[in-house]
Design a protein around this ligand. Structure first.
Ligand code: NAP
Length: 270
């Protein structure tokens, strides 16, 4: 005898989990939510109090570590995972890679390319937040710290530099002694970024190499005003199959799950 669970499991469209928190994650959720051949669930870390919620089903908050993520995937009958997390969110990506490998689920990583240095850019590249802090402290500079709020604590001992700190929400404890905080959410217009850098007589911009267009105007503004950028390189993410755009992520998903999507393009290259 069939139970209700059997019927819903068998007949419901396969569930795709998007690990989100990025514009691309939200765009992908919007594209998949329009369709009837997948059920999309977006997962957000819950780093901001009022996140922009993606379309489709949404869950918010950490899973409780690797084992809990693996259990969630099984319990919620997830059939594929798309890691569309921020380039600096390395832990969740590593957890997703291991959890998918353990549970035998396909994993697609949607990774936007990093920004590249171009003519006119004055970049000092570093590999971590602490190195960025040591660098600007030694310069005794007026610094635009545009790294979000989570890692601001790395600059807490910098008493020879002054900081304009921009974040979506107020950073917690561990702020450097001399600072001003502005609370803003991107994307930002180039004119506004130029105005900000001039208004605060900024000497250095500190930025994560996030890539994408939403926050690139600060890099353009710095280039235009010949302001050096302390560019923090990305942490390592796990080596898993990757795509660079939302469109490619959808194609890859259809390729991996042709029965669900009705696509006939299954090939050995999936
Ligand atoms: P992380 O270091 O990769 O993750 C830390 C923990 O947060 C994970 O182990 C997981 O908790 C939870 N988590 C992260 N992303 C999640 C998601 N999409 N769904 C559910 N849980 C998630 O990432 P992070 O601490 O959030 O951020 C690290 C860096 O990335 C920071 O520089 C931050 O500014 C930047 N960033 C992150 C996001 C984001 O949405 N996470 C967005 C923009 C920028 P459990 O172990 O409990 O599962």
């Amino acid at each position: 005898m069939q139970t209700l669970h059997d019927i819903t499991s068998k007949d419901a469209p396969p569930r795709v989990l998007i690990l989100g928190g990025t514009g691309e994650g939200a765009q992908l959720a919007a594209r998949l939510a329009e369709r009837t051949d997948f059920t999309v669930i977006s997962s957000l870390a819950g780093r901001v109090g009022e996140p922009k919620l993606p379309q489709g089903l949404v869950r918010v908050g950490g899973f409780g570590g690797l084992d809990a993520l693996a259990s969630y995937l099984v319990k919620e009958e997830i059939k594929a995972v798309i890691d569309a997390t921020h380039p600096f969110a390395a832990k969740i990506s590593h957890n997703a890679a291991i959890a998918c490998s353990r549970t035998g689920l396909p994993l697609i990583a949607l990774r936007r390319p990093p920004w590249g240095k171009i003519d006119g850019d004055l970049w000092h590249e570093v590999d971590d937040f602490q190195s960025a802090a040591s660098f600007v402290e030694a310069k005794k500079a007026r610094v635009f710290l545009s790294i979000g709020r989570q890692e601001v604590g790395a600059f807490s001992e910098c008493s020879d530099a002054w900081f304009l700190i921009r974040a979506i929400e107020m950073p917690g404890e561990g702020l450097p002694p001399y600072h001003e905080v502005i609370l803003q959410r991107g994307p930002f217009e180039l004119e506004d970024e130029l105005h900000l850098l001039r208004k605060y007589s900024i000497d250095y911009l500190v930025s994560k190499n996030s890539g994408g267009s939403a926050t690139y105007t600060k890099i353009e503004a710095a280039r235009s005003l010949k302001i050096p950028v302390v560019m923090i390189n990305r942490p390592l993410k796990p080596a898993v199959p990757c795509v660079g755009t939302v469109e490619e992520a959808i194609e890859r998903l259809e390729c991996l799950m042709p029965a669900a999507s009705g696509a006939s393009n299954y090939s050995e290259e999936c």
